[in-house]
Design a protein around this ligand. Structure first.
Ligand SMILES: [Zn+2]
Length: 179
């Protein structure tokens, strides 16, 4: 009888050991998942750093300065300042469609000016208090590139002037061969 009790106790002990190992494994796997999460965050930072490095390699120094360092090109120097061909203007970094030539007007401010957006979803407006001025900054919603600023002295019907750096834009002509 004592032997039976001993064997029974032995079985119970082995079983409880097994379940404690299981619990430990669960805890371990949870820690592993947590580690994976932090790795994912690091990966995102690395991706961002890689994207920046890629942009530095593919953009011109001026394009990089304007779009990634919130720079401004010198007035009356940009390739699209005095340029009125029919077409669409895309983000120089990610190619998102931003503006259209039929909304471009001559504000004589030294930078390409648009009275309206082509696609509202592709533009983000942010408050910008840099250089001691309260301005509204225009950024690409898709890749967060700095594009320029928006002012309320534009023509009707919007009354807006999107003052955009040529260096942040790529132009794609919509003129067909028959036109
Ligand atoms: Zn973009």
């Amino acid at each position: 009888m004592r032997n039976y009790v001993f064997i029974l106790l032995l079985i119970i002990t082995i079983q409880s050991c097994g379940s404690s190992i299981k619990t430990k494994n669960n805890v371990l796997s949870k820690e592993f998942v947590t580690d994976n999460k932090s790795l994912t965050t690091n990966d995102l930072h690395e991706n961002k750093a890689m994207k920046k490095a890629n942009l530095k390699a593919t953009l011109s120094p001026l394009e990089y300065f304007v779009t990634q360092e919130n720079g401004t090109e010198r007035p009356y120097t940009g390739q699209f300042d005095d340029f009125y061909e029919k077409g669409k203007y895309h983000c120089v970094c990610c190619d998102a469609e931003l503006f259209q030539s039929d909304k471009k007007f001559n504000a004589d401010c030294g930078w390409p000016s648009f009275s309206d957006l082509n696609n509202e979803e592709n533009i983000t407006i942010k408050k910008d208090n840099s250089h001691g001025m309260a301005r509204s900054e225009v950024r690409c919603s898709n890749c967060d590139a700095h594009l320029g600023h928006i002012f309320d002295d534009g023509p009707t019907p919007t009354g807006l002037r999107y003052c955009i750096n040529s260096a942040s834009l790529n132009f794609k002509s919509t003129i067909t061969k028959n036109e």
